[in-house]
Design a protein around this ligand. Structure first.
Ligand SMILES: [Zn+2]
Length: 300
């Protein structure tokens, strides 16, 4: 535990200790979680920095810090993985937000991991690229990007040109960053003026009084930064974006469908799922988790 209360990385006010959460991978530790009373950012100030251990091959195979993700399976079995629902929803949202320019708009998936979303988007005919800022040295080496269709669309850092993208996604990435403002400042120059940053993360607001029991905060070895909509809006404003509350865009139905089924323990898609009334079920779930209340960022 820090000797004195840490400053909020978003607004610099003094944060308050609100609980602690046990980690999942050795060496097992308890992580103190702090909350900023001013901007409502919640964070783990003393986070793990042994990244080789935390982001191990086991992590990418769903046997590490977050048992609900299995990026290796998603990438090797794209035709059956449950995650295809999320890719579908994200591609729909890209088309909705880019409207008439969707045919030629350049989309970058920032923090693309193995590039599975990039490959899916390419198959759907959209102009998407991927970039993985945190390296791939621990990713399962038998599914290297080179052997996948997405390979040539995964860009190295030196190929990222300023103001060259119309649209950037960061899907479940910002909660892994210790300095979210630096993360947003790294992304901002890559967007053209008027370009859109669409990021997904949990919304901490419905869980403010029980953060240590919130399932999203339950993998503190890797999830260390938690936002409420107003917090994310402030972070966007400080880094060159105008926050816009786009609300429930239709693609969210597939994204929330994925989240619901994932949290129920399902790994594979099924025709049986498709008979359920997802537009209603997703809105019901969203009335509890409120992920669509988080703003998007428009570059100005
Ligand atoms: Zn704050």
């Amino acid at each position: 535990m820090p000797e004195k209360n840490p400053k909020c990385p978003i607004c610099t006010d003094i944060a308050q200790l609100v609980g602690d959460i046990p980690g999942r991978i050795p060496p097992i530790a308890r992580f103190a979680i702090y909350h900023c009373p001013r901007c409502h950012f919640s964070f783990i100030p003393e986070y793990r920095t042994d990244y080789q251990t935390v982001y191990s091959e086991a992590y990418y195979r769903g046997q590490g810090a977050d048992p609900l993700v299995n990026y290796a399976f998603d990438h090797q079995r794209p035709e059956i993985t449950l995650r295809q629902y999320e890719w579908h929803g994200l591609t729909d949202i890209f088309r909705t937000l880019m409207k008439y320019s969707a045919g030629k708009a350049r989309w970058l998936d920032y923090g693309c991991g193995l590039g599975s979303l990039v490959r899916y988007g390419r198959q759907q005919g959209v102009n998407v690229f991927g970039y993985e800022p945190y390296g791939s040295q621990n990713q399962p080496n038998q599914i290297s990007p080179a052997e996948q269709n997405s390979g040539s669309y995964l860009l190295p850092k030196e190929s990222l040109q300023k103001e060259s993208f119309d649209y950037i996604t960061a899907i479940e990435v910002i909660e892994h960053t210790a300095d979210p403002l630096a993360f947003l400042r790294d992304i901002r120059p890559l967007l053209k003026a008027g370009g859109i940053l669409f990021l997904t993360t949990g919304n901490a607001k419905p869980f403010r009084d029980r953060l240590a029991k919130w399932s999203y905060a339950g993998c503190p070895d890797v999830h260390i930064s938690f936002f409420e909509p107003e917090t994310l809006a402030l972070a966007l404003e400080k880094t060159g974006f105008k926050p816009v509350y786009a609300g429930y865009i239709p693609g969210f139905t597939e994204i929330i469908k994925y989240k619901i089924l994932k949290n129920l323990g399902f790994k594979k898609r099924s025709a049986l799922f498709d008979v359920l009334p997802w537009p209603i079920l997703s809105r019901l779930a969203d009335s509890k988790i409120k992920v669509t209340a988080l703003p998007i960022g428009v570059a100005f």
